[in-house]
Design a protein around this ligand. Structure first.
Ligand code: ZN
Length: 482
């Protein structure tokens, strides 16, 4: 009897200690944001900030990998801890930051009544992104993945607000794309944690530069950086204006030669930037095609921060009549310029134009971003390079999304590549960190290197070393006590 009583007593003490520990615990759980399966890609951005029994999620992405594979967040850590999101903040509507929000819902990872916070632009785009991923076979329950998450969307305030009862947060513009944000959360312990999201420090046609850290008051200067954007590990600043200028010149020359110029661009941000830059340079008409057309209207109608720019829809012609309109436009031949998704050439209307134009010397295809290895645009550029080097005939095979061969084409068209990143480089991140510590008057406590390849994380940790007491690579399953 005695021993049973003491066992019960010990169990009770143990349980209350565990509960107490848990109530006190402030931790970061990385459920994505790292290289997966040794592919050394960027990894989907997804992290949970645990505050006792609650968790605030920041992003929940899906990564596109070569050969139609995907990188998913690992929810097992949250499940084993019995944690659910009491709120999820989306930094912006790119796939690698939001593509698995539906999957989180299917996995029952949202607490009752939990909001999904995004800027008006992010919230307007999210259902379409989730629908697209669902069509690719990500998730199984349409209602849970798409309808339910759409009902949970809430516009995030700009500046300071209460994110959970008693927990304050601060948001500001991240540049990158319209409505992209950074987030700072003040923990019950008083520590302030910064989540960068994707950052752009240069002016783009549809969005200005990030306001970090100039736009934050001293009382919100972070102690810890939990999420960095290490997409671009370069220490030299990208001259966006110069690169866009080169693209505009090249397109202008091709149009003088009466060519049909097809510009492959990401639908969210890049398509609008390129089309508006061409129109501004006097190249008209500029046609925009695919899902980017809706984004023009979304960005025009929804404004969140003063960095979100206004522009005229009059400057661009929209292709909304499907293949019939495309066929009609192509029938007239060049000069003709169309900006269209997908940026990698693996989906969207650019597929139609590739089928029509690969074997036509009057077509010119333009890539406008970093290209995932093995994607169609990368293959096309390599084949054209090889054709120039060897003088021999080269071929490109168009595959469907499952990697099944559709058709083999002789490459007779031209192609070129411009690097119009919407990301700042590592050098600009270092400038940001330097500004933060000079205003704080002391080093940061921690910087967690995330959202980059293993190599760029290693490089970043070396570069960040003088600015923080502790540097940690943020890998999938990394857990950090704050
Ligand atoms: Zn992004």
């Amino acid at each position: 009897m005695q021993s049973t009583l003491s066992t019960v007593l010990e169990d009770t003490i143990h349980l209350s200690k565990t509960r107490e520990r848990r109530e006190m615990s402030e931790r970061l759980l990385y459920i994505g944001g790292s290289s997966l399966n040794k592919n050394d890609g960027l990894g989907p951005s997804s992290v949970a900030l645990q505050i006792g029994d609650q968790a605030i999620g920041v992003d929940c992405g899906l990564e596109l990998l070569p050969r139609g594979r995907y990188g998913f967040p690992d929810f097992s850590l949250m499940k084993s801890e019995g944690l659910k999101f009491s709120a999820l903040v989306l930094t912006h509507a790119h796939l690698d930051h939001v593509g698995c929000v539906g999957l989180a819902s299917e996995n029952n990872l949202f607490a009752e009544g939990a909001p999904i916070y995004g800027s008006p632009q992010t919230n307007a785009i999210l259902p379409a992104v989730l629908y697209e991923t669902w069509c690719r076979g990500v998730g199984s329950d349409f209602h849970s993945s798409i309808n339910r998450t759409a009902e949970m969307l809430k516009n995030i305030p700009f500046g300071e607000f209460e994110i959970l009862p008693g927990v304050r947060a601060f948001t500001g513009a991240a540049g990158h794309i319209p409505g992209a944000l950074f987030l700072i959360i003040k923990m019950p312990s008083g520590k302030k944690i910064l989540f960068c999201g994707d950052m752009g420090w240069h002016e783009q046609e549809v969005v200005g530069s990030s306001s970090l850290p100039d736009g934050i008051p001293d009382s919100w200067l972070p102690d810890i950086i939990a999420v960095t954007d290490l997409t671009n590990p370069s220490l030299t600043r990208l001259d966006y204006d110069l690169e866009m200028g080169r693209l505009v010149n090249r397109v202008g020359e091709s149009l003088t030669e009466k060519k049909v110029v097809i510009i492959a661009a990401f639908a969210v941000g890049r398509e609008q930037n390129v089309a508006l830059a061409l129109a501004k340079a006097g190249i008209r008409p500029v046609y925009a095609d695919g899902s980017g057309v809706r984004m023009f209207r979304t960005f025009k109608e929804n404004r969140w921060s003063p960095r979100d720019k206004d522009f005229s829809l009059e400057d661009v012609e929209f292709i909304e009549g499907g293949n019939a309109q495309r066929e009609k436009l192509l029938a007239n031949g060049g000069p003709l310029v169309i900006v269209t998704p997908a940026g990698f050439g693996d989906g969207g209307p650019v597929r139609y134009y590739l089928e029509e134009g690969l074997e036509n010397p009057n077509f010119e295809f333009v890539a406008t971003s970093w290209l995932v290895p093995g994607c169609t645009m990368e293959k096309l550029l390599q084949k054209i390079e090889k054709r120039k080097e060897t003088g021999r005939v080269t071929h490109v095979v168009l595959e469907d999304e499952q990697g099944n061969i559709k058709k083999r084409y002789e490459v007779k068209c031209g192609a070129c590549h411009f690097h119009l990143s919407a990301h700042g480089g590592l050098g600009e991140t270092v400038e940001m960190v330097k500004k933060i510590i000079s205003r704080r008057g002391k080093k940061l406590e921690k910087i967690v290197a995330t959202h980059g390849t293993q190599e760029s994380k290693r490089l970043a940790m070396d570069v960040f070393r003088p600015f923080a007491d502790s540097l940690i690579p943020g890998q999938i399953s990394t857990v950090i006590s704050l």
